[in-house]
Design a protein around this ligand. Structure first.
Ligand code: ATP
Length: 612
């Protein structure tokens, strides 16, 4: 104890807690976004997984670009030979050549479109799966800290933005890049003098475009953050719709949503304004450049330095080049949005669990002795460092014993369950399950030892059968029905039109509180774990439901070691031992009768809590 309270130890622990907490917090929420200028690079590993498809895309891209570049060359020759020298035979063959090239261009463009769109969708699917997989492996602290709606927004809205870019912007950028290079080369081949004039204009266009692009990226990031705020607010609101209606808070929620939506609109409007300015700038400069070229070209034609056909040919190449520049400038704006979105997605991938898996896990003994030991356990939540929830708790639960945890609200009873399943790590002391420190055991193996019945029975959208089968995915229909029968689910299912195939609704809204609890008990029965963690519901059920749930629970407890956060006198009386928790410590221990006789804190609590 003395070690734990020394200032050095406390400092070291505070530092350790801070670094563990930082690992799970999304960067943008921590410091308003990273300043890294290259979040798009994070997409590369996802793209490079498909070298063949990329190869085909590049091939068709080049074929299409060459075909497009060849057309003006023949067109120039048609002008010179057809108009100027009136050689109509050559015009015919050039025309046929142009049609053949157009055919190649058409096929190559279609193939390029197909390959690149499919890669885009493939990459997006991979990203979505990688992010969800990562989230599934994050610990409870992560979900305590980050808003659900925000996470949903990142894996839907942000991922869609990246998808849009891979689908439409990336092909244009690649195509424009190749076309620009090809057009510039052909311009030099056609007229070195005129091409040099163009090369002077390009940087004047490119620099402001790049500079504005960076500015737009900041704005896009802000816009996406605002959308995440919207999603977070909506998710919370829909999840609490009854409370909101009961407290008649619809207007307030509407107002808040309106504020966020307007803020999102404002930041998008400023981004669009900058982009619009950028487009105007580029169009004006390119148009002026073309006029300048025509003027210069006409001088060269009249002085006989180039032919009319060459000037026509050159102008088509110049327009192609400036056309691609206009496209690129628009897309640079889009790419900045994508960079913002990619950043928000990769931030999720960069988070790490605050709890480390055991490096060399120790196997839990088989068969399970079903024992639990708390040895001087200290604990505070990382997110609330100054509040010690458990302050040196020690107790043993023997095989087959039923232990009731009682204590005032906030005493840390549910926390004991979270620690047992290693949702959080203890700050001091140790917890052993079946003789093995929970930090040394493998997560899945440890969690298989427990059947956890939560205070609010959690239901998943789907049927009653699916909800029960959650306890053992490979259970046969017979096993599901058997569990349902023991947990007294069968009784009410019989009365439903679709029986076990009845839909429970989102979060089980179509079932009553007592029915949900019985489904949760059937689920736990099916899991058939050796240790039962039971967080009894505090919400009052009617007498009949209460009795049914109680009966179902008693059947579930048979032959299992049970730890129960008890709110019912019946449970308390049946317990082998009661642990009284208060101020983060076990302040008393014994059977109900012993503790009542003692007349201490338990007697007071019992009087208040279990009078009825
Ligand atoms: N995820 C969390 N993050 C931070 N603090 C938490 C978290 N969960 C619980 N706490 C705090 O830890 C303390 C113990 O909570 P716990 O839920 O274990 O109490 P309890 O004894 O089960 O209470 P009740 O009987 O009201 O359910 C409380 O002060 C609570 O505010």
């Amino acid at each position: 104890m003395s070690d734990l309270s020394s200032p050095e130890v406390k400092d070291a622990k505070a530092r350790d807690n801070k670094s563990r907490l930082e690992k799970v917090i999304l960067t943008s929420d921590r410091e308003g976004g990273t300043k890294s200028s290259e979040p798009l690079k994070a997409l590369l590993p996802f793209l490079l997984k498909y070298p063949y498809r990329l190869g085909f895309t590049a091939l068709f891209l080049l074929v299409a670009a060459f075909a497009a570049l060849a057309i003006p060359f023949f067109a120039g020759n048609i002008i010179d030979e057809g108009f100027v020298t009136q050689n109509l035979g050559v015009v015919n063959s050039y025309s046929l050549a142009i049609i053949a090239i157009a055919g190649v261009l058409a096929v190559a463009s279609a193939a390029r479109f197909y390959f690149i769109s499919v890669i885009g969708m493939r990459v997006i699917t991979d990203i979505r799966r990688a992010v969800f997989d990562h989230l599934m492996n994050m610990d409870v602290v992560f979900f305590d800290t980050n808003r659900t709606g925000e996470l949903i927004s990142r894996i839907t809205s942000d991922v869609s933005i990246v998808r849009g870019a891979l689908d439409s912007s990336l092909p244009v950028v690649l195509r424009s890049g190749v076309m620009l290079a090809g057009a510039v080369i052909m311009m030099f081949v056609t007229s070195f003098y005129l091409a040099s004039a163009v090369v002077i204009i390009i940087p004047v266009l490119v620099f402001p475009v790049v500079w504005l692009g960076k500015y737009i990226r900041g704005l896009s990031r802000k816009q996406q953050d605002k959308i995440a705020d919207l999603a977070a607010l909506a998710t919370e609101t829909f999840g609490a719709i009854k409370t909101i209606k009961a407290f008649t808070r619809e207007d307030q929620r509407n107002e808040e949503y309106g504020e966020y939506a307007e803020a999102s609109y404002q930041s998008e409007a400023s981004r669009l304004l900058v982009r619009a300015g950028m487009i105007a700038f580029v169009i004006f400069l390119t148009a002026s450049g073309i006029v300048g070229l025509i003027w210069l070209g006409t001088q060269l034609v009249s002085s006989g330095q180039i032919t009319v056909g060459e000037l026509g040919q050159f102008l088509i190449y110049a327009m192609m080049a400036t056309g691609t520049l206009t496209g690129i400038s628009e897309i640079l704006g889009t790419l900045q949005t994508v960079a913002g979105a990619t950043e928000r997605i990769t931030e999720i991938l960069a988070t790490e669990p605050s709890i480390d898996a055991a490096e060399n896990p120790i196997a839990l003994p088989v068969p399970s002795p079903a024992t639990v030991t708390f040895d001087d356990v200290h604990f505070q939540y990382l997110t609330r460092e100054d509040e010690a929830v458990l302050n040196g708790i020690s107790f043993d639960v023997k095989s087959g014993e039923t232990i009731a945890l009682v204590g005032p609200s906030g005493a840390g009873k549910s926390t004991v369950f979270s620690l047992l399943q290693r949702f959080y790590d203890v700050s001091g002391g140790s917890i052993r399950v079946d003789g093995v420190d929970v930090r040394e055991a493998e997560f899945t193996e440890l969690r298989k030892r427990f059947a956890y019945v939560e205070q609010d029975a959690i239901m998943f959208s789907g049927t009653i059968a699916e909800n029960i089968r959650f306890g053992k995915p490979d259970a046969s229909d017979e096993e599901v029905k058997e569990a349902a029968r023991i947990a007294l689910v069968d009784e009410f299912v019989q009365r439903l039109e679709h029986g076990y195939e009845s839909i429970v609704g989102e979060r089980g809204v179509m079932l009553s509180g007592g029915q949900k609890q019985r489904v949760a008990i059937a689920r736990a029965l099916l899991k058939d774990a050796p240790i039962l963690l039971l967080d009894e519901a505090t919400s009052a059920l009617d007498a009949e439901s209460e009795t049914k749930v109680q009966q179902a629970l008693e059947r579930l407890m048979v032959g299992r070691t049970t730890l129960v956060v008890a709110h019912r006198l019946a449970t308390i009386k049946n317990a082998d031992r009661i642990l009284v928790l208060e101020g983060g410590k076990v302040i008393d221990e014994g059977t109900h009768d012993q503790l009542v006789e003692k007349g201490g804190r338990y007697a007071e609590l019992a009087k208040l809590q279990f009078q009825q």
